[in-house]
Every structure is written in structure tokens, then in C-alpha cells.
Design a protein around this ligand. Structure first.
Ligand code: TXA
Ligand code: MG
Length: 350
């Protein structure tokens, strides 16, 4: 059930959440699949519908800085500084949790991830519910995130109680997740707020991008798996642009044509230009104007769009991992989970 995010429907959605239902709502990053954080049965439904393993904790969404106190036991002074600068917005804080937060929400950890989203519909929904909303991204576990209501409906059909439609998400990649240590901030997931901007705000702090496993050998953000955000169609993430592998690639295509008569149906996800249509019948570009925020905003929708085109593989061009680009690069890298274009083509040739 897709509902336009108007005041009447937001009240209706809040009532559904209040009575233990679950539903999707827009945020400025991606759509979330929400439940009342204090309703364990509703939270359990979110895990079930998403097919999400219980070791992967949820983010708790609040509608004011004050409301953080309902779920977190303590907030470091420097975290407050970042909140004042970047909230409401795409920044999530991992903080010591209050006992009232169900263990299911935090996967048994003694910390809770908290975010104050900027999207007005998200804020109004949390306000109407009078309780924070626990919400993962609204996609099946391990799959591409959703940045529009139709994609959410396509993912979940009638297994969720509503989709609040607030239009396409403006930021397009998930929030940056940070955790504080002594004189340091660790970025557990790159996202809508860049490491550079965090560093500028806290010049005396060391900002560490900690995307892989910590010293203990277990990942600090338990949901940050090597394979994630995956399209159904195998996606290959190039190390540079298509031009860099052109000679070897064309040679393989030629071999392929000779052996099989025609090429497999290939899709291309480019930075700002489409590829040769004789090789790639379907191309999408991230940013016709060559700008990082536009590329981020279009990332998941482009991946989903290509995924609907009945392709054998999708080849994505590298995105410079700087600023917001670090988050885009991270998503594409995980969606591709290490596949190599030449190796994949050679395998198809056999
Ligand atoms: O932008 C976003 O953050 C979106 C929107 C809906 O707000 N939400 C989102 O949720 O991306 P999700 O579930 O796809 O990713 C949340 C990730 C988890 O996979 C986990 O890695 C991390 O947040 N996380 C949650 N609680 C944590 C904790 N206590 N400690 C470390 N990492 C945590
Ligand atoms: Mg997710």
C-alpha cells in the first residue's frame, strides 16, 4: 500500500506502527523499513521480512537531539559538536545504549546506533508515533537499497503494512556511521557526510576510516559485509574507466563473437558517458553533469534500473573515492564483491 506522505497518511502510518505494524518511509538517504523501537514483536517482523540475520543491528531514528536520551546512556562532548553541525542529516552515532532498548534492535551489543534524519516526512512520522523508530534500509538483506517508493513496493509487496511515498531520496547513499574513541572518531561506514567534513569539524581528533575488521578480527559495524548492496545481475566494478581495459576487453569480445555468434547482453554504469552501444546495448550514467552529489543521488536507482534490463552482467566504472565518492565506491565495491571483468568474460566464453 503506497501512501502519499501527506499529514493524514503520516498519522495513519503512525497508528499502524503504534499497533505493532511495520512500514517503509522516506529519509534523505534511502528508504527505511520501520518499527516502534520499543515493540519487540514489530522489530522481529522487520528482521523476518528483510530476511536479515539477527547479528546485524538496526539504526534508531529520532526527531530531535533531545530524543537521543531515550535510547542512549551517554553522548561524548565531541559527538554533540558533530550533531549540532550535521543534524538533522546523514550521520549516525554509535553510542552506549540504554537498558530499555531491546537487545534485538542492537544485536545484543552494548551500543546503539542513532540518527536524526533530515526528511520532513521521517521527522513527522517519528513525532506522531511519540517513540523513536528502528529502521534498516528498505531492501531485502544484501540487496541494493531503495531510493523511491515504487522500488520499495517491488521489494516487499504486501509483506509490509505501508510505504510512505516522499519522492526520490536527495542524498541517495546511506548515512555515515561514526564511533568515538579517545581523541579519535572511527568511520564504520562511509556515507552522506564525508570524512573530510568530519575532520574539519574536529581538527584535534584523528578521523579513521575503519571499513574492514577491527583489531579483534570481527567487523565493528556488524552489517558491513564484503558482499552487500548486490544487484540480481552480477555486477563488475572496474578499477578505473572502461578505456583502461579497452584493448584486452575488445579482444575478448571479438573472440566471444567468433565462438558464440554474438555477445552476451552487457550493461554499463558509467560516470558521465554511455559506452559503445555495439558492445553495451544498455548504458546508464551516474551524473551527466559530472557532479558527486548527483552521482550519489542516482546510484541505487541506476543499479535497480539496470537490474530490470535482463542483462548477463553489469560493468560499472570506478568512482573516485574522495568526499561523497568514498561512499559510492564502497557500495559498488561491495555490490561487485571482487569480481574481475576479464575473468568473468573468460568464464562466459567457456
Ligand atoms: O541512511 C541510513 O543510515 C539508512 C536510513 C534508513 O536511515 N539506514 C541504514 O540502515 O542504512 P541499515 O540497516 O541498512 O544499516 C545499518 C548498519 C548496520 O548494518 C550496522 O553495520 C550498523 O548500521 N550498526 C547498527 N548498530 C550498530 C552498532 N551498535 N554498532 C556498530 N554498527 C552498528
Ligand atoms: Mg542496508
Amino acid at each position: 500500500m503506497i501512501l502519499q506522505a501527506n499529514p493524514a497518511n503520516i498519522s495513519k502510518a503512525a497508528e499502524i506502527l503504534e499497533s505493532g505494524g511495520i512500514g517503509a518511509f522516506p529519509t534523505e538517504t534511502v528508504y527505511g523499513l520501520g518499527a516502534d523501537v520499543f515493540n519487540i514483536r514489530a522489530v522481529a517482523k522487520v528482521f523476518q521480512v528483510k530476511q536479515r540475520p539477527v547479528f546485524d543491528p538496526l539504526i534508531v531514528h529520532v526527531q530531535s537531539e533531545r530524543q537521543v536520551g531515550e535510547v542512549a546512556a551517554q553522548v561524548p562532548r565531541e559527538a554533540r559538536e558533530l550533531m549540532r553541525k550535521f543534524w538533522p542529516g546523514p550521520l549516525t552515532f554509535v553510542l552506549p545504549k540504554k537498558a530499555e532498548v531491546p537487545d534485538l534492535v542492537t544485536a545484543g551489543l552494548d551500543t546503539v546506533a542513532v540518527r536524526f534524519p533530515a526528511h520532513p516526512a521521517a521527522q513527522k512520522l517519528i513525532h506522531a508515533l511519540k517513540s523513536p523508530i528502528a529502521a534498516p534500509s528498505a531492501n531485502r538483506f544484501g540487496r541494493t537499497s531503495t531510493t523511491d517508493a515504487a522500488s520499495v513496493a517491488e521489494e516487499f509487496g504486501d509483506t509490509i503494512d505501508f510505504v510512505l511515498d516522499g519522492g526520490p531520496c536527495g542524498v541517495g547513499v546511506e548515512s555515515t556511521i561514526v564511533k568515538f574513541g579517545p581523541r579519535e572518531v572511527r568511520i564504520l561506514r562511509p556515507g552522506g557526510i564525508s570524512a573530510e567534513d568530519i575532520q574539519k569539524t574536529l581538527p584535534g581528533f584523528k578521523v579513521i576510516v575503519a571499513l574492514t575488521k577491527g583489531a579483534s578480527g570481527t567487523p565493528e559495524a556488524p552489517g558491513q559485509l564484503e558482499e552487500h548492496y548486490a544487484t540480481e545481475t552480477p555486477l563488475i566494478y572496474l578499477k578505473g574507466s572502461l578505456k583502461d581495459i579497452q584493448p584486452e576487453f575488445e579482444k575478448l569480445c571479438e573472440e566471444f563473437r567468433k565462438k558464440k555468434g554474438s555477445l552476451p547482453r552487457l550493461g554499463f554504469l558509467g560516470w558521465n558517458k554511455i559506452a559503445d552501444t555495439k558492445i553495451f546495448p544498455v548504458s546508464r550514467v551516474l551524473t551527466p553533469s559530472g557532479k558527486m552529489p548527483e552521482a550519489a543521488a542516482r546510484l541505487f536507482a541506476s543499479m535497480r534500473d539496470l537490474d530490470r534490463q535482463k542483462l548477463r552482467i553489469i560493468v560499472a566504472e570506478a568512482v573516485e573515492p574522495k568526499g561523497l565518492g568514498l561512499a559510492i565506491d564502497d557500495r559498488l565495491r561491495r555490490a561487485a564483491s571482487g569480481r574481475d571483468v576479464i575473468a568473468v568474460l573468460k568464464k562466459l566464453l567457456k
